[in-house]
Write a protein that binds this ligand. Structure first.
Ligand code: CP
Length: 296
């Protein structure tokens, strides 16, 4: 078996990933591009999405199927969670059925770490987004997409714009990008970003601009005066992008509010679809490293 630096059983954050582990995901994802192979035949992976998702849930499902794992998508709306069953009891129920990995999205920050501590080596916990905490697979696919274009992020000026306060994507990206030597700038309204720098200063000579979704579902009242004002000051459009490098990469984790945090024309010329495409191979790599290399 190939030597791996990935000995961890769970992926709950990017904060604890080493640079070597990050690059191993990148190398595995590259090696798995265009491949369908029975590397996880016999493994069972359950998707538990307590919050809505299109990209993450579908790409984890496709990734598992491309590696010949069996996949269960628990429909939370019709599950016993609606009768009051706790997440832990639901997870234990699936564990009793022989599931090898639980891919979990939940509104509570920290639940994936709690489950990982609870299950230890019995199964793998994969964080597919927990509240305002982390979304590690998103940040890894974002990195893969940047590396395809830039070869390295070291020394690159990367601007993350928007609702930093509520963004698990921003947090996961910040951990990875700073570990790899990028110069990360966080910009947003003062109510949604601690100590933001002016957008114009951040955009000057930027290599990458990552727009974040304005998370209406997590807003408490009064954090932004109006959508129109947000769009004017923080919405990314062609005029604002003139401050950045001519070949600036524009990214967005999706789903986007077209015409709010990003104009439609900028979105259509951005890397959004490439990010989604890369999500499948990066998640294949994560599943393989967690479930195959560790003998899981
Ligand atoms: N980027 C992301 O997490 O998208 P979904 O909510 O569609 O999974």
């Amino acid at each position: 078996m190939k030597k791996t630096v990935w000995t961890r059983r769970h992926l709950v954050d990017t904060h604890s990933l080493t640079v070597e582990e990050i690059f191993e995901v990148m190398a595995e994802a590259k090696a798995l591009a265009g491949i369908k192979a029975p590397l996880l035949a016999g493994k069972v992976i359950a998707n538990l999405f307590y919050e809505n998702s299109t990209r993450t849930r579908t790409s984890f499902e496709l990734a598992a199927k491309y590696l010949s794992a069996d996949v269960v998508n628990l429909d939370i709306a019709t599950s016993s969670a609606q009768k009051g069953e706790s997440l832990l009891d639901t997870a234990e129920t699936l564990a009793a059925m022989g599931v090898d990995a639980l891919v979990i999205r939940h509104s509570s920050s920290g639940v994936c770490q709690q489950l990982a501590s609870h299950f230890k080596n019995r199964l793998s916990i994969i964080n597919a987004g927990d509240g305002m905490h982390e979304h590690p697979s998103q940040a890894l696919l974002d990195l893969y997409t940047m590396l395809e274009k830039l070869q390295t992020v070291a020394g690159k000026k990367i601007v993350i714009v928007g609702d930093i306060l509520h963004s698990r994507v921003a947090r996961s990206n910040l951990h990875i990008l700073t570990k790899l030597g990028a110069e990360v700038h966080l910009v947003g309204p003062p109510t949604l970003c601690i100590d933001p720098e002016p957008l114009e200063d951040a955009l000057e000579d930027a290599d990458v601009v990552m727009c974040l979704r304005l998370q209406m579902e997590r807003q408490t009242s009064g954090l932004i005066p109006s959508l129109a004002e947000y769009r004017e000051f923080y919405g990314i459009d062609r005029q604002k992008l003139e401050l950045a490098k001519p070949n600036v990469l524009v990214m967005h984790p999706g789903p986007m509010n077209r015409g709010v945090e990003i104009t439609s024309d900028v979105a259509d010329d951005s890397l959004i679809r490439q990010q989604v495409r890369n999500g499948v191979i990066v998640r294949m790599a994560i599943l393989k490293l967690l479930l195959q290399e560790t003998g899981g």
